[in-house]
Design a protein around this ligand. Structure first.
Ligand SMILES: [Zn+2]
Length: 235
């Protein structure tokens, strides 16, 4: 089924906003896609007519199974393009999202298959996300926490960074905060900012930015793990 780029963007936005834990109503889409409320009204009417979304009486928007299929295809192409741009062409990790937003609509099924064959679908995208959408709960379930949740004096490694804010990505990159980077939490300050130690540098970071960075905590050297407790010797 061929649909317009605009419709594809709506379907993907619904899937992504939902995964980020947002209640998806017209206003959510207007903000997410940076379009006017009347434009959203018109688009949702068409998507509903095409059987791609459902709109509940309270305005809550969900994808039908065919709507979800299209969104997931785009998300997979987006993921493959981002990886192609960084892994094959060496493009900076903070630039590839916007590039992929354009290119994902132009990829044929044939090219998608070639990309998947070349790159595989094991590795994370340059922002640290595996293939497919993951909710905040899913991330917590696999042991990740958001950066602002890290206790003081603990070390952690950056796993993923929310990709839809280019300014934030560039800013974090300039501070050395990118997937794979190690840092230490020095302080949670009274003004809601954090003080981090990154590459030997003291780095202040606002709460809003830290919320968008997901990390894995390294084991503490000070408090021994249960495995480190001496076991009684059995004779
Ligand atoms: Zn992206």
């Amino acid at each position: 089924m061929r649909i317009t780029i605009s419709k594809e963007n709506y379907l993907k936005a619904i899937a992504e906003a939902q995964a980020e834990g947002e209640l998806v109503i017209a206003a959510t889409l207007a903000r997410w896609l940076d379009v006017s409320p009347p434009a959203v009204t018109m688009a949702t009417r068409r998507l509903k007519r095409d059987g791609l979304i459902e709109v509940a009486k309270d305005g809550h928007i969900t994808l039908t199974s065919s709507g979800r299929e299209i969104a997931e295809r785009l998300i997979r192409r987006h993921y493959l393009i981002e990886r192609m741009l960084t892994e094959v062409f060496g493009m900076e990790w903070y630039k590839v999202h916007e590039e992929a937003e354009q290119m994902e609509h132009a990829v044929s099924a044939d090219f998608e298959a070639r990309l998947a064959e070349k790159l595989g679908d094991e590795k994370a995208c340059p922002h640290g996300f595996a293939l497919g959408l993951e909710s905040k709960e899913d991330r917590h379930r696999r042991g990740l926490i958001a950066m602002h949740e890290l206790p003081v004096k603990r070390l952690a490694i950056v796993v993923s960074v929310f990709e839809r804010d280019r300014g934030l990505l560039e800013y974090l990159d300039s501070l050395g905060i990118r997937p794979g980077a190690m840092f230490e939490m020095l302080a949670h300050n009274a003004d809601q900012t954090l003080s981090l130690l990154v590459n030997g540098r003291h780095v202040p970071l606002g709460h809003g930015a830290a919320e968008k960075v997901w990390i894995t905590v390294l084991p503490s050297l000070e408090s021994p793990s249960p495995l480190g407790v001496p076991q009684p010797v059995r004779l």
